[in-house]
Design a protein around this ligand. Structure first.
Ligand SMILES: [Zn+2]
Length: 275
């Protein structure tokens, strides 16, 4: 088996994940557009601010007409439970409703097929993991930082690298930017945008985005793009002698040859591996 590379032979991926569908997301979306950063917003579509009501509270959601702010290049909108109920404290039918009703509302607003999610309160158990998979969800993020730049072993129990306020984040960011990794690395930052307002630290996230922006060694991607790319790379099949690789997926996948050159395998293609 060859090592996986990210698209175009890169070894680093950067992504953001912000929860709750808050009004302050608009400011982060504008920063992401300015610095060409991609990411994911997890929304509870059953909890919105009434149309016409000014955002005045500390944790204001978007009103329905503001949801169009998410409809931009490089932004994924994902499930966060239609009423933001704790997935571990509700019955199976209620859980299915929380997931599917949110998925359906997002899909009808954004004309898409939703495959991503984040756990409300970060809470999950075996039943919620199984139910998400049955509902067509490919990854679901928890709130427990793993302080790691490795790709997750289990995308339905995805642990972020760190929250934006985490004191360990600056060191992880420097490591991510400066190291020449052997294996693919992902820096995954999560949070809620009202926290920037509460803490008066919008400059913190802008500084991070400025630092990573424009780096040619980083793949900027939505959560689902990294997840589905990794799942595709794990689906490659090798010949018995390891001299040939077959790509059964619909994604183009890049691998690292022993001489460190990149090998690109197109969907449906079988490629010789020159050792
Ligand atoms: Zn939440």
């Amino acid at each position: 088996m060859l090592k996986t590379l990210f698209p175009n032979g890169l070894k680093k991926a950067f992504t953001l994940s912000y929860d709750d569908g808050c009004y302050d997301d608009i400011r982060l979306l504008d920063l992401m557009s300015r610095y060409k950063i991609k990411g994911t917003f997890n929304i509870s579509s059953g909890i919105t601010r009434p149309e016409g009501q000014e955002p005045c509270g500390p944790w204001e959601r978007m009103c329905p007409s503001e949801l169009e702010n998410y409809a931009r290049e490089g932004v994924e909108v994902a499930v966060h439970g239609v009423r933001h109920r704790d997935f571990t404290k509700i019955s199976e039918p209620e859980l299915i409703y929380e997931i599917m009703s949110d998925k359906q509302a997002i899909e009808s607003t954004f004309k898409t097929v939703v495959r991503g999610a984040a756990y409300p309160y970060g809470s999950f158990n075996d039943l919620s993991v199984k139910t998400l998979a049955k509902c067509g969800i490919k990854y679901c993020r928890t709130v427990w930082s793993d302080y790691s730049l490795e790709l997750p072993a289990d995308w339905l129990r995805l642990r972020p690298t760190a929250h934006h306020n985490d004191p360990k984040l600056p060191e992880l960011l420097e490591k991510f930017l400066n190291e020449q990794p052997e294996n693919p690395r992902m820096l995954y930052i999560w949070g809620h945008t009202p926290e920037f307002r509460r803490d008066g630290n919008w400059d913190l996230i802008e500084d991070i985005l400025k630092k990573v922006s424009g780096r040619e060694d980083i793949w900027f991607a939505e959560n689902i793009e990294i997840c589905e790319y990794d799942l595709a790379a794990r689906s490659l099949e090798y010949s018995a002698d390891g001299k040939r690789v077959y790509n059964p997926t619909a994604k183009r996948v890049w691998l690292e040859l022993p001489d460190k050159k990149a090998l690109e395998v197109s969907p449906g293609e079988t490629k010789e591996i020159s050792l």
